[in-house]
Design a protein around this ligand. Structure first.
Ligand code: ATP
Ligand code: MG
Length: 229
């Protein structure tokens, strides 16, 4: 599903170049749920953004469902992202003036899916993530955990091959964090969705099937099986 090969990345600031990721090699299989763990500044978000095609790597290759995304031009990549990749942000990134349902439908608007199908698919997902009754409210009328459920539904509406989540529970209290992780595990087990989840939290990581661990931009070799594996 995902193959990362000899991936390195540096940021350039004027004349200065800072290497952030060093020669990473790993795979994520279809239906896996993987945690990407590491301390602050270890390169987790950089790696996630590269894998989701939000930036181009300095070196190496990222294959999603066999397609090397670093070779795609802007238009092709934007189209590929819209149809194959889901993304969940720590801060939800919902559009405030759209209703919950409209937020979830939004990725389909770019795919010229008709209004009735969009609505049906959005409502089905909203029920699946447990907030069907909130569909006509605005994001500001929801709790943090509920807003993250909306963002999870939005990430799934295009039936993506893989979903990346950057600290999806980072803004939530412990109880809500557990509920959101329960939901992601449920979606993984019952709908076969492949997830890569960035987290600081060992508790979150311990519930995934596998842990990939970054330290100062290097992948640790002892990336192990989690409790749920
Ligand atoms: N656009 C950028 N320009 C320059 N350096 C950057 C840029 N983005 C990230 N970095 C640097 O890359 C390193 C890794 O950052 P990254 O955001 O990937 O870490 P992280 O593991 O996600 O940290 P956190 O847990 O705090 O979110 C840091 O040293 C950061 O300063
Ligand atoms: Mg980060």
């Amino acid at each position: 599903m995902l193959a990362v090969e000899r991936l390195s990345h540096s940021f350039r600031n004027g004349a200065e170049e800072t290497a952030v990721l060093h020669d990473l090699n790993f795979r994520v299989e279809k239906g896996e749920m993987v945690a990407l763990l590491g301390s602050s500044g270890s390169g987790k978000s950089t790696l996630l953004n590269l894998m989701a095609g939000l930036m181009k790597p300095t070196q190496g290759s990222i294959l999603i469902a066999g397609h090397p995304i670093e070779k795609m031009n802007e238009n092709r990549l934007a189209e590929f992202r819209r149809t194959h990749i889901g993304f969940i942000f720590q801060s939800y990134e919902l559009i405030p003036h759209l209703t919950v349902r409209e937020n979830v439908e939004l990725p389909l608007v770019f795919q010229s899916v008709n209004a009735k199908d969009r609505k049906d698919r959005a409502m089905k997902l909203l029920h699946q993530v447990g907030i069907g009754e909130k569909s006509e409210l605005f994001p500001s009328q929801l709790s943090g955990g509920q807003q993250q459920r909306v963002s999870i539904a939005r990430s799934l509406i295009t039936n993506p091959a893989i979903v990346f989540a950057d600290e999806p529970t980072g803004n939530l209290d412990t109880k809500t964090e557990t509920e959101i992780i329960d939901l992601l595990i449920h979606l993984n087990r019952h709908s076969g969705i492949t997830f890569v989840i960035v987290t600081h939290e060992h508790e979150v990581a311990s519930r995934t099937q596998r842990i990939l661990q970054l330290r100062d931009g290097y992948m640790l070799e002892n990336s192990q099986e989690g409790a749920a594996g």
